[in-house]
Design a protein around this ligand. Structure first.
Ligand SMILES: Cc1cc2nc3c(=O)[nH]c(=O)nc-3n(C[C@H](O)[C@H](O)[C@H](O)COP(=O)(O)OP(=O)(O)OC[C@H]3O[C@@H](n4cnc5c(N)ncnc54)[C@H](O)[C@@H]3O)c2cc1C
Length: 546
């Protein structure tokens, strides 16, 4: 923040506030939050860093970017008219289709008139005297508002690797999140992809189709499973449309708001033959069924997890011709499902191509990026293009990049230094009148299903305050402590807590993100809603209202 921004934040605000609510972010969450707050008749402004709507689906234009959610479970459910008129083209839409969809939503509901693009929020400071927030943009403009609603994404703060020499590379290079809008050709080019998480897997598979030569630098192999994408014809779309009520009702019932529900059986309750047949079936079906529709114990019981991991390892060995390459692609430091499972469409077969090389950077670490390529401890590689598929400072990263200060100037980043502390993942004690849509420790899952719920809850709270002349809403310290303790308790015994990943707050490329934290609520979305609804039913007495 510049000196003039800091000065502006400390000025007395006008008696009339600029806005009733400021929303940060114009992705799936922010768009819906704007729509809902406008329904209340509030003066709302959305600030968005990008030049258009879409969030994740505006930024991530990398080759192969697409859903792992079934498209028809991902669309908004709030408007029957929207459901009637939108046809999904694929069961798992690619980025262009989803971006088109979100633009269609913005146009249909005339959302753009309240969205200010190219407006990165650099700071937001609470002012007790006026019970309001002063918000400063990166370019120096400042605004004040009664309520501040963050919709800044869980995977929106991209991180570059900490490798020396990145700036010296003479060819083309790009992080997948910041992929250019212009088409990039790989034909005849020597391309490197650094990173093999969900994004890397999608990028590698797509780039391999046209590349001259591809080198993949892998630190951690992943337990990928097939996506089985397909086009949706007119008749099938009509059938889906006729079933929307049932589809959304099912998403409400499941742990992660997907159509896939955990199988009630434990792995050892079925015979070997039955188990293998079940896993073959899941492996052959579209989407996250193998992760979310599997036996109930695979993510808690070490033996069960070892069995499903072995099943997936056998699949990799079957699909990759070179046994040494197959072994390199089989994860050894975590079991299946304990990190975010990438869904793939021919990923493993890429390594059967003669023009693709896999480099294990645990064995031969990258020492530096050079003017012409990449130098590992073993060799120097020359490239025309380097793609950084190195992911995000997840969940709290976008918060850390804004100077958010609550009562008495307390910094949110410092408050969360040892892990997030929230009430329902929506409110934070000491930060009155600030609400988070899909904040840390909220119920996560198939995103719009969970985000619609969060935004509805926030809207109802603001309506409650508005109707009663309440100008100050705050979580209590006891409430936040109890919720944080509950979140920690729900993750006990889950195998994912023993693994380094963005889901446990680890990012080797970010200072201070080296210690595992519980970053998300693991009680499942139906339980999350029960907690939220109990607070409403009790007239918000769990909150401090004034
Ligand atoms: C490649 C990829 C694939 C994914 N696939 C799926 C999937 O299949 N299913 C699923 O459920 N989820 C998926 N996700 C998660 C995805 O992030 C969510 O589905 C959803 O798009 C999040 O919406 P959002 O509005 O909450 O956040 P985002 O879409 O991340 O939007 C946040 C917006 O806030 C803006 N912003 C952040 N900070 C500031 C600031 N300081 N000032 C101004 N603007 C700011 C950003 O520019 C961004 O536009 C995927 C994520 C990625 C990265």
């Amino acid at each position: 923040m510049t000196g003039s921004q800091a000065a502006a934040l400390n000025e007395e605000p006008d008696s009339a506030l600029d806005f009733d609510a400021i929303v940060i972010g114009a992705g799936v969450s922010g768009l819906y939050q704007l729509y809902k707050l406008r329904e209340l008749g509030l003066r709302v402004r959305v600030f968005e860093t990008g030049t258009n709507v879409g969030g994740t689906w505006y930024w991530n234009r990398y080759p192969g970017a697409r859903f792992d959610s079934e498209s028809w479970t991902y669309g908004y459910s709030f408007s029957q008219e929207l459901l009637e008129e939108w046809d999904w083209e694929e069961h798992f839409a690619g980025q262009p289709e989803t971006e088109r969809y979100l633009n269609h939503v913005a146009d249909k509901f005339d959302l753009r008139r309240d969205i200010q693009f190219k407006s990165r929020v650099a700071a937001a400071h609470y002012r007790e005297e006026t019970r309001s927030w002063n918000v400063a943009l990166e370019d120096g403009r400042t605004y004040n508002t009664r309520f501040l609603v963050t919709a800044i994404g869980v995977l929106s703060a991209a991180t570059m690797p900490r490798i020396p020499g990145i700036e010296t590379f003479g060819g083309q290079s790009c992080h997948t999140h910041y992929w250019p809008k212009e088409r990039v050709s790989f034909a005849g080019k020597r391309v490197a992809v650094i990173g093999t998480g969900a994004t890397g897997v999608q990028t590698i598979t797509e780039v391999a189709k046209t590349v001259g030569h591809l080198t993949v630098f892998q630190r951690t192999p992943q337990w990928c499973a097939p996506l089985h994408n397909a086009k949706i014809g007119k008749e099938e779309m009509n059938r889906i449309r006729a079933n929307y009520t049932e589809i959304f009702a099912r998403c409400q019932e499941t742990y992660g708001c997907f159509i896939h529900a955990t199988d009630p059986r434990a792995t050892h309750e079925v015979s070997l033959e039955e188990r293998e047949a079940f896993w073959e079936k899941l492996y052959g079906e579209p989407g996250f069924g193998i992760w979310m529709g599997n036996f109930r114990d695979i993510l808690v019981d070490r033996k069960a997890n070892a069995l499903i991991s072995d099943f997936l390892a056998r699949k990799i060995r079957q699909r990759v011709r070179d046994p040494a390459v197959a072994e390199t692609l089989i994860p050894k430091n975590h079991g299946f499902g304990t990190r975010r499972v990438p869904l793939e469409s021919g990923y493993f077969e890429v390594y059967n191509q003669p023009n693709v090389k896999l480099v294990d950077i645990k064995e031969t670490p990258i020492e530096r990026i050079t003017a012409t390529g990449v130098k590992t401890s073993e060799a120097e590689y020359e490239f025309d293009i380097i793609i950084y598929a190195t992911g995000f400072d997840a969940i709290t990263g976008a918060f850390d990049r804004i100077d958010i200060r609550g009562v008495d100037g307390e910094s949110l980043k410092e408050k969360w230094q040892d892990g997030p502390q929230t009430f329902l993942g929506i409110l934070v004690d000491g930060f009155p009148n600030m609400a988070m849509v899909m904040g840390p420790h909220a119920g996560l899952g198939n995103f719009p299903r969970a985000a619609e719920y969060s935004a509805d809850w926030v809207t109802a709270l603001i309506r409650f305050a508005h109707d009663r002349g309440v100008t100050r809403i705050e979580a209590t310290e006891e409430g936040a402590t109890a919720w944080t303790d509950h979140v920690l308790a729900t993750s006990e015994g889950l195998l994912f807590t023993e693994v380094d990943s963005w889901m446990t707050g680890i990012n080797r490329n970010v200072e201070g993100k080296q210690v595992r934290r519980i970053m998300r609520y693991s009680g499942g979305h139906p339980k999350f809603r029960e907690h939220c609804e109990a607070v409403v039913a009790d007239g918000y007495r769990a909150l401090a209202l004034a």
